[in-house]
Design a binder for this molecule. Sequence first.
Ligand SMILES: [Zn+2]
Length: 378
Amino acid sequence: MTRTSPGCAPIEKTVSVTVARVTFSASRNQRYGYDNFDTPGNPRDDHICVKSADHTFVKVDIAGGAIGTDFTFSCENASVEAIGPPASASFDLRLNANVSTFKMDTTLHARCRCPEAHSFASLAVHVYSEKRVQVVVAKIGTNLGYATADYASHQNTENNKLKQAVVRFEISNFNADNSVSRVHYDLDGNGKLTYDIANGGGRELDAIRRAMTGTGTKTRVAIVRDMVSYYYLNADAPRGQRWVTVRGGSTFYTTGDSVTLGSGATQETLTVASKSGNRVNFTSALTHAHRTGETLEFPAAGWSCDPILIIEGNTSLDTIKWTIPHEVGHRNLSLKDVEDRTNVMHSSQGGSDYRLRYCPRRKTYEAGTENQWDTIPR
Ligand SMILES: [Zn+2]
């Protein structure tokens, strides 16, 4: 830089100017998760995770002419170590989590090698212990549509998604030869498993539970052909009333649900307008009178009871296989149903992807959001 002024000789000073932009992003070689916080244009709010005492990779791109060796890559907590970097403007940076912990958060910085060590970019780093869940899957009954399905063989496909939250499943089939278990559970003879929601299952689930022995501490999953899930009226509901009350303290209904009330000649289908505690309000009046003990159906493809119940229903085998990590997610990972079709915990079947996220997901059946990586008990 040269300063000139009348009556004064030019004054020259030399300064170093570094112009660079460092960007972190998900590496194709990453071994756990990376969450861009749903803002692909803004890498500053991104998060990466790595298993305790293991390593992963993060992609680094440097614009402006500088290269990796112009920077120091380091975490605020030195137990997470960045290896390298190479003399290149685009590379995978290895992160070693040299720590044995259930959970630890730190921040990775790319600092220039000047004395002031300015941070050109940062990334939130989460170290988690791996959550391992042993799952055993039984095919139950004489009427299965997918009697030869091999649910244990889907383990690696599931783990490829679950690793995004440092989770690993070990799935086995209940019968070593993967045969069907012929358990007589259909005690009311409706061709389906009848599930008493407020009672945590009831007698037909009990019959399956008694048959699934020798599974130790593994999480048990039972696949059945079909199921019907009921709440039971706890008071008579006269014709013309626009609501009913059921046994139990609350229900899972959401506005707009189409529900079947009662059976036989007085059965009718209603639309849920709202709910409050054990009361369900409809968009129209009852066209028949209903008595205490009659059923109000809730459409469910699975329950995270013990054993976890999953129905074949009318869905594809692939969808049934992905319902297993969803229900085990409720039971073993403490995860709620969320509204995100790309998430394994999406509240209905048939999503487009099966991710687990750091960026909070909106919960379906209660207020607020859930950060899934941090929610999983370690
Ligand atoms: Zn669910």
